[in-house]
Design a protein around this ligand. Structure first.
Ligand code: SAH
Length: 310
């Protein structure tokens, strides 16, 4: 029986995150340098003041990995109730080591009401996308059967494109951002993807640091897709939120003082200095992560421009 591609990707990634240490296969910003999380902690503190310093504000994170980002955020932000959305039991254990006071959830649905700032670094790219391809006879949707793509007539209307064009739709990401906008949360998404929507295939798989076949044995590679920030921004605006960005990670982190903070820390722990400076460069250099990665935030209408996006 052919399996719709997004169902295949969801199943493969759930198996992958449950069984593997993903950080053996790829490295993320919080794993590169503590300064990444620290500047986001400073960002959250400024945003919290802009919100009128609501007491008991919840700091939430979707897909916290090993829990490093939140531990770094809290060092700067100060104590706050922490809520994690995490599917992998194995990564929940890792997160417990670094943020023992956190409360874990399967989805946003069970998080407490009230003011909230949510972070998601390299989370949306791991959510399953539906893939459509424009054939002479119209739009077809991709399914997977015996390790290969098969196509079936698309069951939904799509804007016309040139023959051969591929469209990817991340339905869980769209649902999440709509839900966050409706509950007036502030949310910061950092991920890779283009500034404007463009058709094209971006699904890729990484195994042991190398590109692999996304349709290979499910659970053996990390499958991701580029994030369509423009589509998500449109959803958030339609649900009543204000949207800032997407901005290149380079500009966002530099505006938040990544380099100054790196220098300060490098001076106080010289043996770490070179490693910290290299990491900051990797996060901001256009040929590394500075340009492909974007930051985008949503917040309730009426707040001043959020830091890093002015
Ligand atoms: N933010 C971390 C980890 C990125 S990897 C970092 O930057 O290092 C993606 C994370 O999202 C992992 O923690 C993975 O287990 C989690 N994840 C992936 N799909 C998920 C889903 N559908 N629901 C909840 N968590 C998910």
């Amino acid at each position: 029986m052919p399996e719709r591609f997004d169902h295949f990707m969801a199943r493969a990634n759930a198996a992958y995150y449950a069984a593997n240490d993903p950080f053996a296969d790829f490295v993320t910003a919080p794993e590169l340098t503590q300064v990444f999380g620290e500047v986001l902690g400073g960002w959250a503190k400024v945003v919290w003041r802009m919100m009128g310093s609501p007491p008991g504000i919840v700091l939430a994170e979707a897909g916290p990995g090993r829990g490093v980002l939140m531990a770094d955020v809290l060092r700067v932000f100060g104590p706050a109730p922490v809520h994690f959305i995490e599917a992998s039991p194995r990564l929940r254990e890792e997160q417990k080591l670094r943020v023992p006071q956190a409360v874990w959830h399967d989805s946003l649905d069970s998080l407490p009401d009230g003011p909230m700032i949510l972070f998601a670094n390299e989370f949306l790219d791991a959510l399953p996308v539906r893939q459509f391809i424009r054939r002479p006879s119209g739009w077809m949707e991709r399914y997977v059967e015996d390790g290969a793509y098969v196509e079936q007539r698309a069951g939904l209307g799509l804007p016309d494109q040139l023959e051969g064009s591929v469209l990817e739709i991340n339905e869980p990401a769209i649902a999440l951002i709509g839900q966050l906008a409706r509950r007036s949360a502030v949310a910061l998404f950092i991920d890779y993807g283009p500034l404007t929507s463009a058709p094209g295939e971006s699904v890729q798989a990484i195994r042991a640091g190398k590109f692999a076949d996304p349709l290979g044995a499910p659970g053996t590679a990390d499958i991701t897709a580029h994030v369509d920030f423009a589509a998500l921004a449109q959803t958030a605006r339609a649900a009543g939120a204000e949207v800032w960005g997407p901005a290149k990670q380079n500009l966002f982190l530099t505006a938040l003082g990544l380099h100054q903070r790196t220098d300060l820390l490098a001076r106080s722990s010289p043996h770490e200095g070179e490693k910290l400076r290299l990491a900051a460069r990797r996060l901001t250099a256009p040929e590394a992560m500075g340009s492909l990665f974007k930051a985008m935030a949503i917040c309730p209408k009426g707040l001043p421009p959020l830091p890093g996006f002015e």
